[in-house]
Write a protein that binds this ligand. Structure first.
Ligand code: MRU
Length: 356
C-alpha cells in the first residue's frame, strides 16, 4: 500500500508515481497477487498498457500521461536541446499501445499541449500536468457516482460488466463508482441491493477485479457467467445495467467491453434501464457515430484452450475485445458534466462545455 486512505475502495491504486518512475499494479495477477512493476521509460508504460498490466480507459489515460513525463525525463537527460523532437517517437508509441480507449490519445494530446511553453527541465511541468489529469479523473468519478446514484434511485438489482472501479480509473470508478455511491447513500435498504457481475471473458475483469473490489467494500455481489445475463433479466432480478465506456461517439454510441452490446439489447427487450458512466475525456467529438470507433482485436491465444493452441494454426478464434452499443439502446449517459437522457447528436451537445 502506497498511501494511507480511509476507504476500502481507495486501498489499492493501479498507478503510483514515485521519484523512480511509475509503479504499475500488474492487474493480470489479481486477486491472488498484489504486485507493482516499476516503469522508468515511456516504452515500458506502453508495454504495460498493451499487455493489460494496466487496463480500463481512464487508468490507461493516466498511465500514458505519466509515460510522457518519463519520456521527457529520458530525452532531456540524453539531449537537453533536442528532447522535444526526441520524445515524438515515445508519444507515438504510447498512443498506439491500445486502439479503442480514447482516453489514451486524449491524455497524450493534453500533455503535448503543455510542451511549447516549457523552459528548461520539462519534468516538473509535465509531472504536474499528469497529476492534474489523475486528480481530475478521481474528482469526476466522485461526481458521476453521485449523479448516477441519484438517477438510479431505489434500484435493487444492478448488473455490471468488466471492471470499472478503482483499478480501471484514478480511483473510485465510473460504473462501479455509481454502485459505490448507491451503497453509501443507502436510498435502498442495503439488504435489498444486489450487484451481479458478469465474469467478462476472456480476461475475467468481472470475476477477478470487480468482485475483488466489491468484496473490499462489503457490497453484496454475485458472479454470473456472461451468457446468464438475459436470463436474470427475464427473471426480473435486474433493474439497471450500469457499465463504463472506452470511447463515446458524438452521437452517444458507446464502445465498451465486448458483450456490452448484447446486454443493451437484452435490457431493452426486458424493459431494464441501461446506464453508461464515463468522464467526458472518453467522448470523441471527432467521430460522429460509433461505427467509426476502432475496435481492438487481440490474439486468438487469449481465447483458445491450451489443447487447441498446439494444433499449429489449424483452429482459429476471433477475439474482438470491444463492441459498440448504439445510442438508441442507452437510457442515460452519466458524465462529470451531467447526465444525458436518451443520448443523440443533439442532446450530447450539452456535455461539450462545463456547466456555468
Ligand atoms: O480491456 P479492458 O479491461 O481495458 O476494458 C475495460 C472496459 O471495457 C471498461 O468498461 C472501460 O474501460 C471503462 S473503465 C472505467
Amino acid at each position: 500500500m502506497h498511501e494511507s486512505c480511509p476507504q476500502a475502495y481507495d486501498r489499492v491504486r493501479p498507478l503510483v508515481w514515485t521519484e523512480a518512475g511509475l509503479e504499475v499494479l500488474d492487474q493480470r495477477l489479481l486477486p491472488q497477487h498484489v504486485k507493482y512493476r516499476l516503469c522508468t521509460t515511456a516504452r515500458e508504460v506502453a508495454e504495460a498498457i498493451s499487455t493489460m498490466q494496466v487496463r480500463g480507459a481512464p487508468a490507461i489515460g493516466v498511465a500514458a500521461a505519466f509515460g510522457v513525463v518519463l519520456a521527457a525525463r529520458q530525452r532531456f537527460r540524453e539531449c537537453p536541446d533536442k528532447w522535444r523532437d526526441l520524445i515524438e517517437q515515445d508519444l507515438d508509441c504510447l498512443v498506439q499501445a491500445r486502439p479503442t480507449a480514447v482516453n489514451l490519445a486524449w491524455a497524450v494530446a493534453r500533455m503535448r499541449r503543455t510542451i511549447p511553453a516549457i523552459e528548461g527541465d520539462p519534468e516538473p511541468v509535465l509531472r504536474a500536468q499528469a497529476q492534474a489529469i489523475q486528480a481530475e479523473d478521481l474528482a469526476a468519478n466522485r461526481r458521476m457516482g453521485q449523479l448516477g446514484a441519484e438517477w438510479i434511485g431505489k434500484a435493487k438489482g444492478i448488473l455490471t460488466h468488466c471492471n470499472t472501479g478503482s483499478l480501471a480509473t484514478a480511483g473510485f470508478g465510473t460504473a462501479l463508482g455509481v454502485i459505490r455511491a448507491l451503497w453509501q447513500g443507502a436510498v435502498t435498504r442495503k439488504e435489498d441491493l444486489r450487484v451481479y457481475a458478469c465474469e467478462t471473458r476472456p480476461w475475467l475483469q468481472g470475476a477477478r477485479l470487480t468482485l475483488w473490489e466489491l468484496a473490499q467494500d462489503g457490497i453484496p455481489a454475485t458472479l454470473i457467467c456472461d451468457s446468464a445475463a438475459a436470463f436474470l433479466m427475464q427473471q426480473g432480478r435486474v433493474d439497471w445495467v450500469v457499465v463504463g465506456a472506452d470511447r463515446i461517439a458524438a452521437n452517444g454510441d458507446v464502445a465498451n467491453k465486448i458483450g456490452t452490446y448484447q446486454l443493451a439489447v437484452a435490457a431493452r427487450h426486458h424493459g431494464v434501464g441501461f446506464m453508461v458512466v464515463a468522464p467526458t475525456s472518453s467522448i470523441d467529438w471527432s467521430l460522429p457515430k460509433g461505427d467509426l470507433i476502432p475496435i481492438e482485436y487481440r490474439s486468438a491465444e487469449e481465447l483458445l484452450p491450451p489443447y487447441f493452441q498446439i494444433q499449429g494454426g489449424r483452429i482459429d478464434a476471433l477475439n474482438p475485445v470491444f463492441d459498440v452499443t448504439p445510442a438508441a439502446l442507452v437510457s442515460v449517459i452519466v458524465t462529470e458534466r451531467g447526465a444525458v437522457h436518451q443520448p443523440s447528436s443533439d442532446s450530447m451537445q450539452a456535455l461539450r462545455r462545463p456547466p456555468a
